[in-house]
Each structure stands twice: as C-alpha cells, then as structure tokens.
Design a protein around this ligand. Structure first.
Ligand code: M6R
Length: 615
C-alpha cells in the first residue's frame, strides 16, 4: 500500500511528482505529502486527505522550482491518517528525508533504542523511526548516505520500498526494496522513481525494476548503481522497455475509472485471448502452459491461491477445471494458506491469481508453495510485477491498467485466461470431445460482443439501482458457475456503496440466510438458463413466499423468472462455463450506479487500496 514518487534531474520536480501521485492514488489515499529541494531550501508539505488537497496546499505554501523531490500518497499502517503522520518524514537534524511504502515490524524496539540515544519523534509512524535510524548509523559510523541506508536496513524486520535523500548531497537519491514494488524510469541525465511506471510514462519508456533485497544509489550524471542490501554484491541494471501508454491510464471521457473499466471489458477480453485463441485452427496457444504441460497433466491437484476478487476468479476456475479438464482443484485464500501449514507436494501445481501482482499474502503463499517443491503458475495483469517474477511460469491477462479500486475487467480477464488454460488441458487430456472443444472455442470468441450487448442494459440497471439504493442489506445468490459471481456481486456492492451484502450458493439460503428475508430485503439471483435453472427458480419461489424483492439476472428471453421477479436484467445466452463472463456485468453496473447515487467515492472507496502490499 502507499504510492511513492521521486524525481532527480534537470526538470521541475513538482509537476512530475504531483501528477505521479495522482496516478498512484489507487495505492492509498488517506494523506499525501511532498518534499522539494532547490539546492538551498528544503520544503516539505503534507496533509491529511487526497493529492488534490496537497496540491491546493502546496500552491500557497512552497516554491516549486526544485529539481529534486519525493512524494507520497498514504494508506495508513502505523498512526492515524493526519498531517503529522503523512510522509515525507525527516530526521532529527532535518537533513535526511524519506518516503516509505511498507511496514517496519520491529519499529518499536528500534524507536526505544533511538530514544535512549536522544532522538525525538513527532509522528506515530514506523517511517520516522527508520529515517532516524539511518541518520544515527550515518553519524555513528561516519559513512555516506548509501552505506547508512544499507546498514540500517540490515537491522530492520518488515517490508519496504523507500526513497531517501540528504539535503547536503542534492545530486543523489538512495532507494531500496523488500516486499513492495519500486520502478526507476531512466531518462537523459534524469531519473524517475515510483511504485509503478505510470508516473513517468510520458517521459521515458525505459525502466529498471528493483528486485527484493536490492538498493540503488541514483546520481545525476553518474547513473544508477544497484547492490544487494545483504552482501553488497553489485547487480547489473536490467532495463526493460515499457508497453504502457498515457491514454490507458486516463479516464477517456468516463465519469469514473470504474465505469471506464467496466466498459473496456469487451476489448480487454479480446486482448486477453488475442494470439492465444485460434478458433479456425482449433488451437489454444499459451507459451507458459505449452512449456510446462506435463506438470499440469501429471499434477495430483491444482491449488489456487488468491485474495478478494482474484479469489472469486479462482473459484470460477475450480468449476471449470474440474468440469472440463477433470483435474481436482482447491481454492485457498492466500492469507489462510500461508499460515496454516498446508500439505503441499512436488506433484501439486499452484496457480496464483493477482491483478496487481503485488498482493503480499499471495506473494507469501507462492514462496511457501515453491519452498515445498510445487510448480507455481501466475495469472497477473501487471507486467513485471513481483508475482509475475516470483512464479515459475505464467500468463498475463493483458487487461491494461486497472485503476478503480473495485476490480472489474481484472476479474473477467482472469476468468478468460483460466478458461483458456482449462480448455487447453481438457484437450490435451482428452476429457472433452473434439466437437465440444471446438464449440467452447467458438463461444469464447463471441464473448466480447456478448459483453458489449450486456452493457447495453446500463440505463435499465440504473433504474433498478435507484429503487434499491437505500437498502441497508442485500443478498446475492447463484448456483454452480454463478455462485462465485454472486460472491463477486456482493463484494462489489459492499466495497463501493458500503451497503452490507452477502453472496451465497442459492440452496444454502435455507440453512440460515432465509431468516433475513422480508419485504425490505433485495435479493439478487443469478438464474441463467443453463445453471441449474429449475433449482434456482425454486429458490426464487422461496424468497417470493417470504416477500423478498427479487432482481433476477437471466438469459435473454427468460419467462419463468420474469413471472416471479420484481425486476429482471437479461444477458445473452452462452455456454454454462462461460456464463460468469456475462452475468458479472450487470452486477458491476448495479453496484456502480448505487454507489454513485449515494455520493460515494467510487474509484477510491474508504479504507481500501488497490494494491494490498501489507499482510
Ligand atoms: O491485485 P490482486 O488481484 O492480488 O488483489 C486482490 C484483492 O485485493 C482485490 O481483488 C480486491 O478484492 C478488489 N479490489 C476488490 O474489488
């Protein structure tokens, strides 16, 4: 969590940093701050609130003609969100300045030790402890900043990506990473530092991603020198060419990123299967699977590890892998898996799913699985992310940047990749007939236009949203492939509108949740024709008899649910395993419109961050 940005070079640092922070607000947005140094004066400005609040404050507080600067947008871990706890933090002498993404777990003992040595602290943060530790080392050992950072980090337990500078050495920034991402944009005698590449995409396409346990000293005119934090080994910088462009990270006329990303799904899904799904040839081409097919075919089972929406995509994968490829699948919350001493063998294949590729629990689950000999396959969206690099092989979703905190296109593109894999394995195993296989390929190719059709119900969904926007609770029900969709629909509603919502397998309702149903309770039922339709219709009857309000997500032309439901929202017909790709769409729109009508901050819901890099 938290976004960090830094600049050193010949340009004015302020606009680069402030714009960069806006692009990184998805990582946290409870407070923000900036430090600028013009060679004479160090100016630090920080505020509780968003980057816009910082911008308003900076214009009246500090001069901006500095060529060196660092900035931070925060998701609080230690200390409440307020002006004092906001980053940057500086050392007691006022010479060293730091921004930090992560957690220093042993900050308390370090702080106590520093207090006995005369240090004082203004904030409640672990970061202020770290910068004073660095200062203490620097003075005690009489070493340069880079060395002091290295020695201090070797005393630290936790996770970090940091950028530090010394106002007595204004041509240098020192950065380091362990467990939180850090990219360096390389320009002509200028360097950009950021949690991801979006803040510098218009300035350079060349980037170096620091690996865990690496630090770098960046000097104008002298370049970047990367070292291992532990043993001082020099590392050759590996410069990657970025594929991202500016349009991808702007709103493109939509009111919110979430709405833009919902509407991007037809193209995003196409981008996901482009070059992989070759319908005419009857081939699915995926290098990560082709190169490791035996591992999958000989696996005892597949274990999916993920969090949140990605976990829901994993649940869809369980149905599809077992149904089509006949491979047993277990779906695990990464946060539980990593701590519960799971049985993992070298015959297990682990699939880690993550949009950001930075989720701390998923990353830790991967490391655990690898340490126990499992083969780990990643399904990530962010190219070059930690999970993409940590896994043995993988497939990108190619959804393009997802900026809205609520996942939308990440979910449908993850399902697309997982469907391709399941079909490929089913074909290789012979667990699907040739004609069924071909049929699935053809239908998958049609999904983008069917998603586009489902999106056309937007106005109708808005009317339904208007009726239920004041509900305090909401139930989401589905069976089979549509059970994970019900979970995902409920998550979307609660995270952006703060309405309490629960997803259940429709038949489980009788075992408890039915007690909640009365005339106040909206129940969203996913009831497509092929998904145990008759059984779901019976569940709808049960809700109806208890006067619940029914919103049915149905297949085009449905008649039975229409008779029972208060509202229906139609989606085009498709094969059952592909139905989550369509039934999800109205649920995303329903949550979106309710949240907008309630005046919530759709793209940046309270207490959340896009990338959960703390456990
Ligand atoms: O980046 P990841 O896919 O690993 O993120 C996992 C969850 O934090 C994420 O899916 C979260 O639940 C969504 N933002 C919810 O919409």
């Amino acid at each position: 969590m938290c976004g960090i940005v830094g600049y050193i070079g010949h340009r004015e640092a302020y606009p680069i940093i402030i714009e960069g922070l806006k692009r990184l607000e998805y990582r946290g947005y409870d407070s923000a701050g900036i430090a600028l140094f013009d060679g004479t004066d160090l100016k630090v400005s920080k505020t509780k609130g968003k980057v816009l609040d910082l911008e308003n404050r900076v214009s009246s507080e500090i001069s901006t003609n500095a060529n060196l600067g660092i900035g931070h947008t925060r998701w609080a871990t230690h200390g409440v969100p307020n002006d004092i706890n906001a980053h940057p933090h500086y050392s007691n002498s006022g010479n060293l300045v730091i921004i930090h993404n992560g957690i220093i777990e042993n900050y308390d003992s370090l702080k106590k030790e520093l207090i006995t040595r005369g240090y004082t602290f203004k904030s409640d943060t672990d970061t202020e402890v770290l910068i004073n530790l660095i200062e203490d080392v620097k003075l005690k050992e009489n070493v340069k900043l880079g060395k002091a950072v290295q020695i201090a980090l070797n005393q630290v337990v936790g996770a970090y990506s940091i950028a530090v500078f010394d106002k007595n050495k204004p041509d240098e920034i020192v950065i380091a990473r362990l467990g939180s991402p850090l990219a360096v944009g390389i320009g002509d005698d200028e360097f950009f530092i950021a949690s991801d590449a979006s803040p510098f995409i218009e300035y350079t396409k060349n980037a170096v991603y620091l690996e865990d346990e690496e630090m770098a000293i960046i000097r104008v005119n002298k370049g970047i020198k990367i070292r291992k934090i532990k043993d001082d080994t020099l590392v050759d910088p590996y410069v990657q060419e970025l594929q991202m462009n500016l349009e991808q990270i702007e709103k493109g006329g939509f009111e919110h990123f979430m709405l833009k990303e919902i509407h991007e799904q037809p193209n995003a899904i196409k981008d996901t299967y482009r070059g992989r799904l070759l319908v005419k040839e009857g081939i699915i081409r995926m290098a990560g699977i082709d190169d490791n097919i035996e591992k999958f075919l000989n696996a005892n089972r597949i274990i999916v590890v993920a969090c949140g929406t990605s976990w829901h995509a994993g649940l869809v994968a369980e149905y599809i892998f077992e149904d089509l490829a006949r491979i047993p699948v277990e779906v695990e919350y990464a946060s539980e898996f990593r701590y519960r001493n799971p049985v993992i063998t070298s015959n297990d294949v682990v699939i880690a799913i993550s949009q950001s590729g930075e989720t701390a629990d998923t990353l830790a689950a991967i490391k655990l699985a690898k340490a126990n000999g499992a083969f780990v396959f990643g399904v990530c969206n962010v190219v070059g992310s930690s999970i993409a690099r940590e896994t043995n092989a993988g497939a990108y979703t190619h959804a393009g940047p997802e900026i809205g905190v609520a996942s939308t296109k990440a979910f449908t593109t993850q399902i697309t990749v997982l469907t391709l894999i399941a079909l490929k394995l089913a074909k290789a195993k012979g667990s699907i007939s040739n004609s069924d296989y071909r049929y699935h390929l053809q239908e998958l190719e049609l999904i983008p236009e069917k998603v586009a059709k489902a999106l056309k119900s937007d106005e109708h969904i808005k009317q339904v949203a208007d009726i239920y926007k004041d509900a305090r609770n909401c139930l989401y029900l589905g069976r089979g492939y549509n059970f994970p969709v019900a979970l995902e629909g409920a998550l979307k509603l609660k995270e952006i509108s703060y309405i309490h919502a629960e997803g259940y397998p429709a038949a489980e309702m009788k075992h408890g949740p039915i007690a909640l149903i009365d005339e106040q309770m909206p129940v969203v039922v996913v009831a497509t024709k092929k998904g145990h339709y008759e059984k779901v219709v019976s569940n709808i009857q049960e809700i109806k008899s208890r006067k619940g309000k029914i919103i049915g997500i149905v297949t085009e032309g449905d008649i039975h649910v229409k008779e029972l439901a208060d509202h229906i929202i139609e989606v085009p017909e498709t094969l059952e395993p592909l139905s989550p790709l369509l039934t999800t769409i109205p649920l995303q729109l329903l949550s979106y419109h309710i949240a907008v009508m309630l005046g919530k901050n759709v793209d940046q819901p309270r207490n959340l961050a896009k990338s959960v890099t703390v456990e």
